[in-house]
Structures are given as structure tokens and as C-alpha cells.
Design a protein around this ligand. Structure first.
Ligand code: B12
Ligand code: SF4
Length: 500
């Protein structure tokens, strides 16, 4: 079959700081190629919608597959599916990805026949069977994880072997457009999958059933060695939870003499526990790290169930500085923040050398706070669920909240964007320009164009065509049965570790 795989457009956040390749979709593509299909991939983060429309019209795929990791992309994907079905009524449409897995039934309802099925959970294992069903030689309703208008088939199953496939990176023509900060251009890689913790605002653990699986060090290093870009973003939720795994990959990389620069995300306690692993990776080229600090006090950390103490966060930042890793941290802004809370964050952020980023507390489907807080939503417009908009009632008037939020982001960004930053990194900027890489340079000026309280506020006034459904729970409560319903892959079905 001719299969066109599509990743939707970037969200507000990505318009400024980064743009990264759709690794999940590349794995699905690799599985479909292996099954003998002709596959094309369009990433609307890096290509124009016209390019997509031309491909539908001229290449006339037999099947379309949309990746829907981000809830805010739901309306776009529904509209693209409807448009494609109008152009090609016989084309089969499947949707998969993180968010699609949590809202499968309502996606099908909104699309009114334009989406044939939603694949819940990991996609590379079942996607070839879904295409067999599209071709008439298998039954769509009996494939694990597949949801159709007829209902849900057997529960999704985790794939048995993460080492078998390498992402089909070669399918993306616009590879030069992927970057994160000055790591420009930048590819992505996965060493492990899943997270054994259970923070209340996060759905990484409910998606993978609190499992944690690792690629073999050989497979990880082999994939890395095949990457052409000089910079690599490691997509693992929490990098190097198992110190010996991080060391073993480092050995394999050394053996292959691979030299790259890396960005990864991890937790304070993991960094403190595995100091020598991170030290080794600094020697290998680790430059940037993201630490999910989330809250600045014990009470906040407890509310998020982060299972880390403030003291550990402080120690981890000190260690990262000592190791020479440039660290970005995230703080979750609660809609009930007032001017004073924003001011405290601004003061703290200016006083530390780290890159500080703010996101707004957002109950996503699949998280625990989705069950306990979603009854209070002020909007059910999927597009506002991007952690840059407030979807819960704000203590300050909404416009005032956005003024404080943007002012804080601006103060934080001024440390790293704009003229001062260009001066600080002039050498890097010139060498990137000399190589024709302009993503980083453009980023330095983008903030004021993209972020404004008016834009964020106006986004709430747009007509809403697709509204998100609410969970069937009583406000503020959650039974253990409801909590267990959050899982896509249930803990019992997961191979690998289930507890930190
Ligand atoms: C890496 C990552 C990023 C990267 C890049 C992601 C990219 N280009 O796709 C960066 C840093 C840019 C990023 C940014 C953001 N992210 Co992010 N990100 C992740 C992370 C950690 C891993 C994603 C990944 O690559 N996994 C590895 C691949 C192999 O898995 P996968 O993509 O899920 O694909 C598999 C399945 O989903 C499925 N599948 C996927 N597509 C398809 C398509 C078909 C047809 C089929 C059949 C199957 C299928 O099969 C694949 C193989 O098994 C996830 C957490 C997680 N564990 O999922 C958060 C996550 C997806 N991000 C999240 C958020 C909130 C954001 C931001 C909004 C954060 C912000 N501060 O603003 C931004 C918005 C980005 C944007 N779209 O513009 C949330 C999503 C919440 C939601 N429900 O919408 C997540 C779940 C994190 C969390 N803890 O809550 N992110
Ligand atoms: S540690 Fe990170 S990935 Fe794991 S549950 Fe918490 S926020 Fe999610």
C-alpha cells in the first residue's frame, strides 16, 4: 500500500525554542516499510500544509496515518482527516500517539467517519496488521489497542523487543530544520521507554503502565552511529535511571568513536544518584539537560507527587553546574498564582544561572489531575491544552494572569534570548550561519513576536468546533478503579520494572 504518515503543526512553545523530529512516527514508518509498504512522511512542524495537500492530491495514498501526541493538535488532525476523505473517499485513515490513546472514542465521534480507527498505545507493533485489515485480510476490530466506531478490541500490548527497528529518519526531507537552541541541526534518539514514577500531572506513566524498558547498549549505539547530525536530543522521559545502562551505552559509543553533543531530560534524584554516569556523558558531549524541578517548595513538590525534596533539587542544580552542564528547569505555574508568586519566581530565576521555563498546570486526559480537577475547566477547547494557556479558573482576572505569566517568561527569556544572548554566543551564531543553519539565530528574536498576553487571551475567544469530553467522576474525587482506568498499557501487561 501507499501510506502517508503525517505529524501535525508545532504548538506555541515549539515556535520559539525548538523543533524536533517525530521519532514515534518514524518508528511506525520503519515497521510499515519492513512489511513491504511504500511510505512517505510529512512533518507539518517543518513543512507547509500545501505540501501535505499536494501529496494527498497527487500521490493519492491508500492509507493515511496521523500522529497525535499533543492534545492541542486534536482539531487540526480531525480537520486534515476530513479534508483527505473528501479528496480520497477510499483512503483509510488511522490515528495514533500519546493523546490519541487517551481520547480515542471522542476522536472517532468528532470525525464522523473520517477516521477509520485509533491505535492506542505503542504503534510500531500493530500498524502493519492495521494495514492488512484496511486491505481486507485481517479484522480491524480484533487488533489489540485498536478502537473503531464498533468499539474497542483487545487491550494494547507492549512490543516485545525495542531493538528490532531503527527509526526511518531518511524519510524526512527537511532534516536541517530540527534544532534545540544552539544544537542546530539536531536529531533525536530513544535509549529507554517509560517512567516508573507517578507524578499527578503527567501521563507518561499511565501510557506505559509504569514500565521502564531499555534498548540494548549495542542497539542504542548502533542507532546513534547511523545519525548524520552532530547534535542529538535523547527523548527518554528520565535519562539514565539505571546507571549501568548509561555506562554501557557510553562504552559502546566510545568503541564506535562517535562524537556528538547531547541534550537529555532527567530528575534531580537520578542525577544525584548517578553522578559518575553524567560525568562520563559530559566527556562524551553532554551539553544541555532539562530537570523537571516543577515546584519551589516542599508543599508544591508533594502536591505534584514528585517524590523529590527541595534540598535534592538544589543539590542537583549545584552538581549540574559543577559538571558544566547547561541546565533548563521547569516550574509549574498554578492558575491560582497571584502577582506575589510570579514575582518570587522572577527573583529566583534571575538569581540562578539556569534557563528557567514556566508552564501552566493543565489536567490532561490520562493524568490523575484529569480525574480530580477537570470538572472546573473554564474551557474544553483542545487547542488551549498546551501548558501555555490556563484552562482552570485563575485567581487573578485571566488577562491579568497572562500579563504576569508573559512578563515572567519574558524576564526569564531575556537571560537567554535577544541581543545580549547573541553577544554571549556570537561565535556559535557565526559558525552556524556559515554552515547555513539559521534556526538558532531566528530563535533569538522570536519571543516578542510569538508571546503576548493579548494573543493568549484572544485564543480563548475563538469559536470552538470540537469540545473535549469530561471524565465520568464526581468533582475532586478518584477511586482506585478510576485511577486504574487511566492506564493505556496496564501495569500487569508491562515487561520491565514497575517501581522506582
Ligand atoms: C520528546 C518529547 C518532546 C520533544 C519532541 C517531540 C516531537 N517532536 O514529537 C519536545 C521537547 C519538542 C516536546 C515538546 C513539548 N511537549 Co513533549 N514529550 C516528549 C516525550 C518525552 C517523548 C515523546 C517521544 O518521542 N517518545 C518516543 C516515541 C518513540 O514515542 P511516541 O512519539 O509516543 O510514539 C509511539 C506511540 O505514541 C505511537 N504513535 C505515535 N504516532 C503514531 C501514529 C500512528 C499512525 C500510530 C499507529 C501510532 C503512533 O507509536 C509510537 C511508537 O511506539 C513525551 C512523553 C512520552 N513519554 O511520550 C512528551 C509529551 C508528549 N510532551 C508533552 C508536552 C506537554 C509538550 C509541550 C506542550 C511542553 C511545553 N513545555 O510546552 C511541548 C509541545 C511540543 C509541540 N508539539 O510543539 C506531553 C503531552 C501532553 C498532551 N497530552 O498533550 C507529554 C506526554 C509529556 C508529559 N509528561 O505529559 N516534547
Ligand atoms: S518523573 Fe517525569 S516522566 Fe516520570 S511521571 Fe514524573 S513527570 Fe512524568
Amino acid at each position: 500500500m501507499r501510506v502517508l504518515l503525517v505529524h501535525p503543526s508545532p504548538l506555541l512553545f515549539s515556535e520559539i525554542y525548538l523543533r524536533l523530529e517525530p521519532l514515534g512516527l518514524e518508528l511506525v514508518a520503519a515497521a510499515l516499510q519492513q512489511a513491504g509498504h511504500e511510505v512517505r512522511l510529512i512533518d507539518l512542524q517543518a513543512s507547509s500544509p500545501d505540501h501535505y495537500r499536494d501529496s494527498v492530491r497527487t500521490w493519492r495514498p491508500d492509507a493515511l496515518g496521523f500522529s497525535l501526541n499533543y492534545l492541542a493538535n486534536v482539531p487540526e488532525v480531525i480537520d486534515l482527516a476530513i479534508e483527505a476523505k473528501e479528496e480520497l473517499p477510499d483512503c483509510h485513515v488511522m490515528v495514533g500517539g500519546h493523546s490519541a490513546s487517551f481520547v480515542a472514542a471522542e476522536l472517532l465521534a468528532h470525525a464522523r467517519g473520517a477516521i477509520d480507527c485509533v491505535v492506542r498505545g505503542e504503534g510500531e507493533g500493530v500498524a502493519p496488521t492495521v494495514l492488512e485489515a484496511f486491505a481486507g485480510s485481517a479484522n480491524l476490530d480484533t487488533i489489540p489497542g485498536v478502537v473503531t466506531a464498533n468499539g474497542e478490541g483487545p487491550p494494547p500490548a507492549l512490543i516485545a523487543n525495542l531493538n528490532r527497528l531503527h527509526p526511518a529518519r531518511g524519510l524526512l526531507s527537511q532534516r536541517k530544520r530540527y534544532f534545540i537552541g544552539e544544537l542546530d541541526p539536531c536529531a533525536s534518539i530513544e535509549f529507554t521507554r517509560g517512567c516508573p514514577w507517578d507524578c499527578v500531572f503527567c501521563s507518561a506513566w499511565t501510557f506505559y503502565g509504569r514500565s521502564y524498558r531499555m534498548l540494548t547498549p549495542e542497539a542504542a549505539a548502533e542507532d546513534l552511529a547511523s545519525i548524520a547530525e552532530p547534535n542529538v536530543f535523547i527523548v527518554d522521559d528520565v535519562a539514565f535511571i539505571r546507571g549501568e545502562h548509561g555506562m554501557a551505552i557510553a562504552d559502546e559509543i566510545d568503541r564506535r568513536k562517535v562524537r556528538k553533543r547531547y541534550y537529555l531530560e532527567t530528575r534531580a534524584d537520578v542525577l544525584l544518584r548517578n553522578r559518575e554516569v553524567f560525568q562520563r556523558w559530559v566527556k562524551l558531549g553532554l551539553r544541555y539537560m532539562f530537570l523537571g524541578i516543577e515546584a519551589m517548595d516542599e508543599e508544591g513538590l508533594k502536591l505534584h507527587r514528585k517524590r523529590v525534596h527541595q534540598g535534592q533539587n538544589d543539590q542537583a542544580l549545584a552538581l549540574a553546574r559543577e559538571l558544566g552542564i547547561v541546565t533548563a528547569v521547569n516550574i509549574i505555574a498554578d492558575p491560582d498564582w497571584d502577582e506575589r508568586r510570579f514575582e518570587i519566581v522572577r527573583q529566583w530565576a534571575i538569581s540562578v544561572p539556569e534557563i528557567v521555563n514556566l508552564t501552566i498546570n493543565t489536567p490532561y486526559p490520562g493524568t490523575e489531575i484529569w480525574l480530580t480537577e477537570s470538572r472546573n475547566f473554564t474551557s474544553r477547547d483542545y487547542r488551549l491544552f498546551d501548558v501555555q494557556h490556563a484552562v482552570l479558573p485563575t485567581k487573578m482576572p485571566l488577562r491579568r494572569f497572562y500579563e504576569e505569566f508573559v512578563r515572567t517568561q519574558e524576564v526569564l527569556s531575556r537571560k537567554h534570548l535577544g541581543l545580549q544572548a547573541l553577544w554571549d554566543v556570537a561565535g556559535i551564531a557565526f559558525s552556524l550561519l556559515a554552515r547555513g543553519q539559521t534556526n538558532f539565530i531566528r530563535m533569538l528574536w522570536k519571543f516578542n513576536k510569538i508571546y503576548s498576553p493579548e494573543r493568549l487571551y484572544a485564543d480563548h475567544q475563538r469559536p470552538v468546533r470540537y469540545e473535549m469530553s469530561l471524565p465520568r467522576t464526581t468533582a475532586g474525587t478518584m477511586t482506585s478503579a478510576e485511577r486504574s482506568q487511566l492506564y493505556i498499557h496496564h501495569p500487569g501487561t508491562a515487561h520491565g520494572e514497575a517501581h522506582p
